[in-house]
Design a protein around this ligand. Structure first.
Ligand SMILES: CCCCC/C=C\C/C=C\C/C=C\C/C=C\CCCC(=O)SCCNC(=O)CCNC(=O)[C@H](O)C(C)(C)COP(=O)(O)OP(=O)(O)OC[C@H]1O[C@@H](n2cnc3c(N)ncnc32)[C@H](O)[C@@H]1OP(=O)(O)O
Length: 261
């Protein structure tokens, strides 16, 4: 298993990932990718799962606002150039799967050369991404992320389902933190390669009603050595109503940090 992981994460270990905004993250068709890290992420589901499903595509639970915003950004993933074929636009959609690793080794428990013990095969086979583990469409988090390479921005469009209740009729603060971590964490990953959230600082300004669609816009503040600083705002879909503001610090990690922990 350690060998499988080593191969899997090989692309994560390059120190050059801060320049990964030059990466070609996949548009809706998921065909054109260039950096090793992005290739690794996108290759994960097809390499390790028999039936990968991209959960960031529209489904029947998406309401009109969710669809409107999705179409708004998707239309900017490709641009028409007169007399030429369509070209990549400023925005690119990030695909989203419900698991990142699916191992096949026989050993149920993996003891790494470093002495750390990684997840058992049983746990790994059941592991699912937190934000994608409720399979009933529309019940929890429905979302799609887009990144803009040039502007170093990322947006998340989230439709908040009834299972996310905190205060009556409104979204739980932990669910809001999860949405923010998802957008800023994905943004930091695109910018810097493998990272972990070290600090998340959230100001809740106004409650979000269950069922509402919100826009989460994240921007790069600065990069310093292993640190990527990102800030973001959660607003209504027209950007006028401010629900939440946050800043986040991500630290670049090596694969051994993840495995030995
Ligand atoms: C994780 C990726 C793996 C690959 C997954 C595969 C596919 C993924 C595909 C796509 C992924 C896309 C999106 C991801 C979506 C969501 C993201 C979710 C992310 C999470 O949900 S993740 C879980 C929560 N997260 C943790 O579970 C972290 C626990 N924690 C640790 O694992 C360590 O704590 C760590 C690594 C953070 C640092 O440890 P460390 O040993 O590497 O670094 P160290 O402590 O030496 O600090 C070095 C310098 O950072 C400063 N520093 C450190 N911590 C600070 C803090 N809190 N505030 C301010 N400054 C801080 C120091 O002051 C020093 O600064 P200076 O160098 O200037 O002195």
């Amino acid at each position: 298993m350690a060998r499988s992981l080593g191969r899997l994460f090989k692309g994560f270990q390059s120190p050059a990932f801060p320049k990964a905004m030059g990466a070609e993250l996949c548009p809706a068709t998921c065909v054109s990718v260039r950096t090793p890290f992005v290739r690794t992420i996108l290759a994960l589901p097809s390499a390790f799962s028999s039936k990968p499903q991209d959960f960031s595509l529209p489904n029947s639970s998406w309401g009109p606002e969710m669809l409107r915003l999705y179409n708004h950004y998707k239309s900017q993933c490709e641009v028409e150039v007169e007399g030429e074929e369509k070209q990549e636009g400023p925005w690119q959609r990030l695909p989203s799967y419900n698991r990142s690793l699916k191992f096949t080794p026989a050993a149920d428990l993996c003891v790494l050369p470093s002495g750390g013990v990684y997840l058992s095969k049983t746990i790994q086979s059941k592991a699912r991404l937190f934000t994608r583990n409720i399979t009933d469409p529309g019940a929890a988090f429905e979302y799609v992320l887009f990144v803009n390479k040039e502007k170093q921005k990322c947006v998340g469009i989230f439709q908040t389902g009834h299972l996310l209740e905190g205060p009556p009729g409104h979204v739980h603060g932990g669910a809001i933190a999860t949405m923010i971590d998802t957008v800023t964490g994905s943004h930091a990953t695109v910018l810097s390669g493998p990272v972990m959230t070290a600090n998340l600082n959230i100001n809740y300004r106004s409650p979000i009603q269950l069922g509402h669609t919100v826009l989460i816009e994240s921007s790069l503040d600065k990069m310093e050595s292993r640190k990527t600083f990102i800030s973001c705002k959660v607003t209504g879909t027209d950007g006028s109503k401010l629900y939440t503001e946050a800043t986040a610090l991500f630290l670049s990690i090596s694969v051994s940090h993840l495995l030995g922990g």
